[in-house]
Design a protein around this ligand. Sequence first.
Ligand SMILES: CC(=O)N[C@H](C=O)[C@@H](O)[C@H](O)[C@H](O)COP(=O)(O)O
Length: 228
Amino acid sequence: MTLKLTNLDSLAGQLVVSAQAYPGEPMRDPRTMAQVAASAVIGGAAAIRVQGIADIQFARAAVEVPVIGLWKDGHDGVFITPTLQHALSCASAGAHIVAIDGTRRPRPDGLTLAQTIAGIHAQSNALVMADCGSFEDAVAAANAGADLIGTTLAGYSGERPKTDGPDLELIAAIAAAELGKPLIAEGRIHSPTQARAALDAGAFAVVVGTAITHPATITGWFKDALGA
Ligand SMILES: CC(=O)N[C@H](C=O)[C@@H](O)[C@H](O)[C@H](O)COP(=O)(O)O
């Protein structure tokens, strides 16, 4: 069993890089994602976030830093590590932290968020990051026992607008509520300036995905800027 991460100090004020390729994409290969993850660590990533059981296993072998693992099943509703079984599989694959849907929506296995988190804690050494979509989600997730609170689903669960860039208003509101859990700013952080702004808004750490690890999207940004 993966050793329990007892201290999150190494993540304070740091950058976490999410390396994910989507179904059907050329980079959708655990080896490729592990190479991307290892490259991000060379650049200074203090932790890595990866999707899928094989990607978690390959990332664990490729990097020394903590690995946040998730399992996306489907693409709408509750799809980020939707059930306790998905979460336990991520933990078994070696995730130090399992990221799960942390919204207040009903879960496909009928468990509550609190029951899901309790099950992960009881049956693995993994910490739990609750991917939230609103302030109310964050409060509920903290009360449900989440170890970290993420803003991952802000703009995707219907409760917050999909801001152009990070939802700094939400990040600031959750930080100000002092929920006693590290707040991870995640979602649409597309520049170093925005990453800094997320920390300044009160986040404990920031996750950047697309802007570092998704060449198809980044290429599109440049192409659009050229009007090409
Ligand atoms: C909503 C959802 O499915 N988010 C996913 C969660 O793991 C990923 O697709 C994102 O890339 C990740 O959250 C990082 O965000 P961004 O790529 O915007 O920096």
